[in-house]
Design a protein around this ligand. Structure first.
Ligand SMILES: Nc1nc2c(c(=O)[nH]1)N[C@H]1C(S)=C(S)[C@@H](COP(=O)(O)OP(=O)(O)OC[C@H]3O[C@@H](n4cnc5c(N)ncnc54)[C@H](O)[C@@H]3O)O[C@H]1N2
Ligand code: MOO
Length: 407
């Protein structure tokens, strides 16, 4: 069989990132917007605060009426937060006022209750009032009409209060891609099922569902199908019917006698199969089904599937979600070295130890792409370039952490 040229993994990642498109924007309730990217600039409908209000429980006064400690004023009444009356302060009087309540017209200072005798008919002040003290000015935080958040902001918890308070119930966002997962293989059974000789548990389905969620996206469907092209086609149709924005398959892309992804798509125009100069994760397929739904065909070995998701699929899904494809690298120092494969970039599983002066990496388990025990003890994937034959103690290496969103 003719040897095919292996593609550098960065070139393949760039190809996928360049091929997918951002999903069309849609409105979403701000309580559900977390993790989505704003599709348009958002401006404030209201100023914040919306009205001058008290920062303290205390008394609203004219500062000139309380020039020195020992002053006593009659109390006109009490203004709780949420009081919608338009209250006026007559000179020479005080209003009892609560935190967040509108400052009465004519008042220019709040004296907090701890600096008074707390009276309700009349109040004695233990301090002089200072004009402006403890008043939160209308518009002091955000002005009506001002830009609150620019398009492209990924909405986190810290953005929600200003969106809500400035008058937005919904915002236009790029939705999260809904991803359908299809595990291929006649040998697969679901977690918990009894196994006959030669059968194994489908670990890629649940693992890829977890990866999709960990990377910040949604799972549309998790499915399993047998080793025929027709079975793959049926599963892809079911994924499309479930509204999937993207499909990830695992298995059936290498050189065996039963390669269902190849049986379904090889020779057609939809999905292209490639070999990547990477270990693990060499055989890959990518294309579009029904014109615009990307299909990522990952190799079946569990570690190969995980690595392929992190370096190829997650960046492309981020583009679909309106985010940067960029991987979030950390750097670490090698604690104990290891040998690497010839002419292939290695994505090595490493354990990280944090010492006072940074992270130190050690290979986690063996390099076999079936080793799930070793995978579970890894904290990161070290990207070792193809030219490197041996990683030595003290080398500085780039690592993708496995605990976060991979960014
Ligand atoms: N003659 C060759 N054989 C293989 C090559 C090659 O170039 N020439 N490449 C090897 C590499 S590298 C990889 S990676 C695998 C990829 O194989 P496939 O994508 O075709 O996957 P399968 O053959 O279906 O499965 C491989 C392996 O993984 C297990 N598997 C598959 N799906 C799951 C799942 N959902 N959960 C758990 N385990 C799964 C499957 O039982 C196999 O053991 O090919 C090499 N072979
Ligand atoms: O590429 Mo395979 O993923 O080496 O095991």
């Amino acid at each position: 069989m003719a040897a095919t040229r292996l593609l550098p993994p960065q070139d393949y990642a760039d190809r996928l990132v360049g091929a997918v498109h951002r999903l069309p924007s849609t409105p979403i309730a701000i309580g559900d917007a977390h993790g989505r990217v704003l599709a348009e600039d958002v401006t404030a409908r209201y100023s914040l605060p919306g009205f001058d209000n008290s920062a303290m429980d205390g008394y609203a006064v004219r500062a000139a009426d309380v020039p020195a400690p020992g002053t006593t004023l009659p109390v006109a009444g009490v203004i709780p937060a949420g009081d919608t009356r338009q209250v006026r302060l007559e000179p020479g009087t005080a209003w009892q006022i609560m935190t967040g309540a509108a400052v009465p017209d004519g008042a220019d200072a709040i004296v907090q209750v701890e600096h008074t005798d707390g009276g309700t008919e009349q109040v004695r002040f233990e301090v002089a009032a200072v004009a402006g003290r403890s008043i939160r000015a209308a518009g002091g935080d955000v002005q009506a009409g001002a830009l609150v958040l620019p398009a492209g902001t990924r909405i986190g918890a810290r953005h929600v209060p200003v969106l809500a308070a400035s008058g937005r119930a919904e915002v236009p966002v790029v939705p999260l891609p809904k991803v359908a997962l299809i595990s291929t293989g006649d040998e697969l059974r679901s977690p918990g099922e009894e196994l006959d000789h030669g059968q194994i548990i489908d670990t890629n389905g649940p693992m890829l569902a977890a990866l999709v969620r960990q990377a910040g996206f949604e799972v549309a469907r998790v499915d399993r199908c047998g080793d025929t092209g027709d079975a793959v086609r049926d599963a892809v149709d079911a994924a499309l019917a479930a509204g999937a924005d993207a499909i990830i398959t695992s298995g059936g892309v290498s050189a065996g006698a039963f390669e269902p992804l190849k049986a379904a798509f090889e020779g057609g125009t939809e999905v292209e199969f490639s070999k990547i100069a990477m270990q693990p994760g060499k055989p890959q397929g990518f294309g579009f089904v029904r014109t615009d739904v990307p299909l990522f065909a990952l190799p079946g070995n569990p570690v190969s599937s995980l690595v392929s998701f992190v370096v190829f699929v997650a960046p492309a899904l981020r583009v679909m979600a309106g985010r940067s494809p960029q991987i979030g690298w950390m750097t670490a120092t090698v604690a104990d070295g290891w040998r690497t494969p010839d002419e292939r970039t290695q994505l090595a599983r490493v354990r990280l130890e944090h010492r006072g002066d940074g992270h130190f990496a050690t290979a986690s388990g063996g390099p076999g792409s079936h080793l799930m025990g070793g995978l579970s003890t890894a904290d990161g994937l070290a990207w070792i370039d193809a030219e490197v034959d041996e990683v030595r103690a003290g080398d500085r290496i780039r690592i993708i952490g496995l605990d976060g969103e991979f960014v």
